[in-house]
Design a protein around this ligand. Structure first.
Ligand code: FAD
Length: 401
C-alpha cells in the first residue's frame, strides 16, 4: 500500500511537470552556447509578445506590419546570411510556428525562397540592391511560382511567359497563392522564355505598370499571411532583373528542397503549440469534479501529441545534420515534409478534441492551429506529391502521370 505522503508526491509531480518546454529529447542542448542563449531569448519573446496577439490578427485576416521590426530585431530576416547553424535556423522556424504559423510562413519564405534565392542565384548588383533591406525586414519579397491552372504540375505546365524585347523582358501571365503578394516590394516571378522554352526567374518590382495583386480572402488557415492572385499584364523589366543563376526549373527545385525542410520545422512547431495549448487546458478544465488531465483517455491523447511532435523534431534534427554537411536531397526533404505534416494534422485534431467545444472557436487558439495545419499539409508540394517524390526515388518508377 502506498502511504498518503507518497501519493501527495505523485500529485506534486503532476502539478509541476519537469518538461514545461516540451523539449523532452534535449535537442536545444546540441546548439552552441551562444546559439542556445539566442534560441532561449527568441522563444521567450515569441511566446510573450507574438503569440498573445496573433489570434486577433488571424481572425481579422490582417497583416501585423507593426510586428515586423520586432522580428527584424530578433534577427529573423537574416537567418540565411548570418552564419547560423542549420539546427538553429530550424529551431528558430519551429519556435515562430509554435507562436504563430502564419508569421513562420512569412519568415520561412523570406529566408528560404527570397533571401536564399537572391543570395544563391542573383547577380552582384541584385544582392547589393536587395539583401541589406531584406536582412533588416525593411524590404519584403514574394516567391511567385504557382499559377491558377498549374499547382502540382507547375514544372511542366508553367504558362507565364517572358519575351526578350530590346534591352529588357516583357512578362505576361497569372500567379496564384503568392505569399505576401499584396505587401511585397517585389516578386520573384518564374516565367517561360518564349525563345528557348526554359524557365527563368525575374525580380519584378510591384509598382511596375501592368503588375497587380489581389488578396485571396476567406482562407481557413494562414489567415495572417496575405496570399495573392497576381496578374502580369505585359510587365516590362530591364535585363538586370533576370536572375543570372535561375536559368532552369532545376534551380527552383533546389530552393524547394530546402523550403520543404523549413515546412518540416513548421510542422514540429505547430505540434508543440498544440501540445502547449492542450496541456494547459487539460490542467485547468474540470469535468466530473477533476481536471481533464486526470482522465486516462486525455492523458493518452496528450502523450500522442507529444510523441508526434518529438518524432517530427527528431526527424528534423537529422535533416539539419545532413543539410549542414551539404548532403540534403529532395527525397529526404520530401519525406520529412510529408511525414511531419501528416503527424501535425493528426496532432492538431487530437488537441482540438481535448478542448471540446472550446476547440471550435479561435478564442482558445487551438482552432487557429487546426486551420493552419491544413496549409502545411498542402503547400510546398501537397502530401500526395511529396509522397510520390519519395516513392519515385526508392522504386525508380514515376507515378506522377
Ligand atoms: C496558403 C497557401 C500559401 C501558398 N503560398 C505560395 C507561395 O508563396 N508561392 C507559390 O508559388 N505558391 C504558393 N502556394 C501554392 C501551393 O504550393 C499549391 O497550392 C500546391 O503546390 C498545390 O497546388 P494546387 O493548389 O494547384 O493543387 P492541385 O495541384 O490542383 O492538386 C489538387 C489535389 O490533387 C492532388 N494531385 C495532383 N496531382 C496528383 C498526382 N499526380 N497524383 C496524385 N494526386 C495528385 C493533389 O495532391 C491535391 O490533393 C500556396 C498555397 C497555399 C494554400
Amino acid at each position: 500500500m502506498l502511504q498518503t505522503a507518497e501519493l501527495d508526491q505523485t500529485d506534486m509531480v503532476q502539478i509541476q511537470p519537469p518538461f514545461p518546454d516540451a523539449d523532452l529529447l534535449h535537442i536545444a542542448d546540441l546548439l552552441s552556447p551562444a546559439e542556445r542563449r539566442r534560441y532561449a531569448e527568441l522563444r521567450d519573446v515569441l511566446q510573450r509578445e507574438i503569440r498573445p496577439v496573433a489570434p486577433g490578427y488571424w481572425n481579422r485576416e490582417e497583416f501585423p506590419m507593426g510586428l515586423i521590426p520586432r522580428l527584424a530585431e530578433l534577427g529573423l530576416g537574416r537567418l540565411q546570411t548570418d552564419g547560423s547553424s542549420r539546427l538553429f535556423t530550424g529551431l528558430a522556424y519551429m519556435e515562430v510556428a509554435r507562436a504563430d504559423v502564419s508569421l513562420s510562413a512569412l519568415v520561412g519564405i523570406h529566408n528560404e525562397l527570397v533571401v536564399g534565392m537572391i543570395h544563391d542565384l542573383g547577380s552582384r548588383e541584385q544582392k547589393a540592391r536587395w539583401l541589406p533591406g531584406l536582412e533588416q525586414f525593411t524590404a519584403i519579397g514574394a516567391f511567385a511560382l504557382t499559377e491558377p491552372e498549374h499547382g502540382s504540375d507547375i514544372a511542366g505546365g508553367l504558362t507565364t511567359t517572358a519575351t526578350h524585347d530590346g534591352d529588357g523582358w516583357v512578362l505576361s501571365g497569372s500567379k496564384r497563392w503568392i505569399g505576401a503578394g499584396t505587401i511585397a516590394d517585389f516578386a520573384l516571378v518564374w516565367a517561360r522564355d518564349t525563345a528557348d522554352g526554359a524557365i527563368k526567374a525575374f525580380i519584378v518590382e510591384t509598382d511596375r505598370p501592368g503588375f497587380s495583386a489581389t488578396k485571396i480572402e476567406n482562407k481557413i488557415g494562414l489567415r495572417i499571411m496575405q496570399n495573392a492572385d497576381i496578374v502580369l499584364d505585359s510587365v516590362r523589366v530591364p535585363e538586370a532583373n533576370l536572375l543570372p543563376g535561375a536559368t532552369a526549373f532545376e534551380k527552383a527545385n533546389e530552393l524547394l528542397r530546402d523550403s520543404r525542410a523549413w515546412v518540416g520545422w513548421q510542422a514540429a512547431g505547430i505540434q508543440l503549440g498544440a501540445f502547449d495549448i492542450a496541456r494547459a487546458y487539460a490542467l485547468e478544465r474540470f469535468q466530473f469534479g477533476r481536471e481533464l488531465a486526470r482522465f486516462q483517455l486525455v492523458q493518452q491523447q496528450l502523450s500522442e501529441i507529444l510523441g508526434n511532435a518529438q518524432a517530427s523534431l527528431s526527424l528534423m534534427l537529422e535533416l539539419a545534420r545532413i543539410q549542414e554537411a551539404g548532403r540534403l536531397e529532395m527525397v529526404q526533404s520530401a519525406m520529412a515534409k510529408a511525414t511531419t505534416t501528416r503527424l501535425a494534422r493528426s496532432s492538431v485534431a487530437l488537441g482540438r478534441s481535448i478542448l471540446g467545444g472550446n476547440g471550435i472557436t479561435t478564442d482558445y487558439e487551438m482552432a487557429k492551429l487546426f486551420g493552419d495545419a491544413e496549409v502545411l499539409y498542402t503547400y510546398e508540394g501537397t502530401y500526395e506529391i511529396n509522397s510520390l517524390i519519395v516513392a519515385r526515388a526508392v522504386t525508380g518508377k514515376s507515378a506522377f502521370v
